[in-house]
Write a protein that binds this ligand. Sequence first.
Ligand SMILES: [Zn+2]
Length: 259
Amino acid sequence: MLARRSDKAVESKVVNIDSQMKIYIGGGCNSTVLLSNDGRKAIIVDTKYFGSAKKLRSKISAPEITIINTHFHLDHARGNKHYPDAFIISGNTNWKQWDFDTAYSRHPDKILDPGEDFDIHFDDEIVHVSDMGRAHSPNDLIVFFKKRKVLAAGDLIWTNRHPILLDKNVNLKLWISYLEIMESSYDVHTVVPGHGNISGKESISNMKEYFTSILRSINFPAELKKLKYQYADYSTFLFFGNFSRTVKVMKNEIRNNSI
Ligand SMILES: [Zn+2]
């Protein structure tokens, strides 16, 4: 989803995981970049948008580039157009939405379906791409760098901010189930959220607790009020990323019997 305006302020922030892996924070979304030992290949998870996408492009000189889009929302995928020769991996989706959000950039070369996994062997790293399915978008992927224990979670994890719930395919019940899988099946040391600061494994549990605490309190206004206060320091996004929005979406899901 669209990033907060204040992301611009931090777009130049780069976190070095090690000599080959860097995380470019903000400027649309967080982008994870892994460079091969010989400098010839790079894997980029999410390409940002607008000026930040261009800036990111200028930092990467490797001639062979693989892009993994955790989902197609414009703040994650519009930068794809700066890499016309890249090999692109993403989830199966509504291509009309893809075309709009990416400004008609090329469709992926490798298209995953929900539940499908794909591994890339990259020097001594194994890059595990898993298509979780629908939750924040029609199809959300996560990328796990097994050796480094780094999980690029896309917009399934937001740290210290309310998730933007705008896509008509949003499904919180499935979202919670994916967080449970991430908690139990991945030996994670570092989490790169789609938006917000890098953190440890606790950000998976925090995200799950955010949703489940609201779910537990959904019929108890006094409890919801307490929770709203508890999450008062979380960043918000106009209309679609705030406590009331999450409550509303959850109530809708309950009404439609999908939760
Ligand atoms: Zn998104």
